[in-house]
Write a protein that binds this ligand. Structure first.
Ligand code: 5GP
Length: 192
C-alpha cells in the first residue's frame, strides 16, 4: 500500500533491536485518514469469506481493527492485556510475549462476545515473531472457532512470524513488508 509506505518513509524511525517507530501515525498519534484506507484495504482483501468479527490486541491494533470493522460492517473485539490475571471462567486467555517490551502479558477475551459459529479476522499493527497473532489463535482454538486470516499493517519479513503463521496454514496479508531495518534504513520487499 503505497500511501502507507510513503508515511513510513517520511516519519518512521529505527530504534535499536530492529524496532520501527511509527508514533507519528499509528502507535501514538493516529492518522485517521490513513487508518480508514487501511481498513478499506483489509475489507477488500478479506471480502466474501464469511467473517463475523474482527479481533485485535490492545492498544495499537485498535485503530486499524476498528476501521476494518467499519468497512466490513462487523463488530471489533480487542483482547485486553494484563500483567497477570487470576483465572476467570468467563474469559478465554493466552500468554503473549511482547517483542518490544520484553515482558509476557496475559491477553483475554470475554466469552460473552464469542459465538460458536464465529469466524474471526485477526488484525494487528505489526508482525514480528508472531506472538500476538498466535495468542489470538490460541484463544480461537479454545473457543473452537475458525480464524479467517491475519491482516497486518506492517510485517517485518526478516523476523520469523509471517512464515511461521503461513506454515500453520494461516493466511497473512500485509500492507507493508519491511525486509530490513539495517543501518537505520527502512527497506521494503520488492513484491510489496
Ligand atoms: P510479535 O508478537 O509478532 O512478535 O510482535 C507484534 C507486536 O509487537 C505488535 O502488536 C506490536 O505492538 C509490537 N511490535 C513488534 N515489532 C514492532 C516494531 O518494529 N515497531 C513497533 N512500533 N511495534 C512492534
Amino acid at each position: 500500500m503505497q500511501e502507507l509506505k510513503d508515511k513510513i518513509k517520511q516519519y518512521g524511525t529505527v530504534l535499536p533491536g530492529n524496532v520501527l517507530k511509527v508514533d507519528a501515525f499509528l502507535n501514538h498519534q493516529v492518522d485517521p485518514e490513513l487508518m480508514y484506507h487501511v481498513g478499506q484495504e483489509f475489507a477488500k482483501h478479506f471480502a466474501g469469506r464469511g467473517i463475523t468479527k474482527i479481533w485485535t490486541v490492545e492498544s495499537s491494533g485498535i485503530a486499524p481493527a476498528v476501521m476494518t470493522g467499519l468497512a466490513m460492517h462487523l463488530p471489533v473485539i480487542f483482547a485486553r492485556k494484563h500483567k497477570s490475571l487470576t483465572l476467570n471462567s468467563d474469559m478465554y486467555t493466552a500468554d503473549v510475549y511482547s517483542y518490544t517490551k520484553k515482558t509476557t502479558n496475559r491477553i483475554s477475551i470475554s466469552k460473552k462476545y464469542v459465538d460458536q459459529n464465529d469466524k474471526v479476522l485477526l488484525i494487528d499493527d505489526f508482525l514480528a515473531n508472531g506472538q500476538a497473532v498466535e495468542g489470538m489463535m490460541e484463544i480461537a482454538d479454545q473457543a473452537g472457532i475458525e480464524v479467517a486470516g491475519a491482516g497486518i499493517v506492517i510485517t517485518k519479513t526478516f523476523q520469523p512470524g509471517a512464515n511461521e503463521l503461513r506454515d500453520k496454514g494461516v493466511e497473512v496479508y500485509s500492507l507493508a513488508k519491511v525486509k530490513s531495518l539495517d543501518n537505520g534504513q527502512v527497506t521494503f520487499d520488492t513484491d510489496d
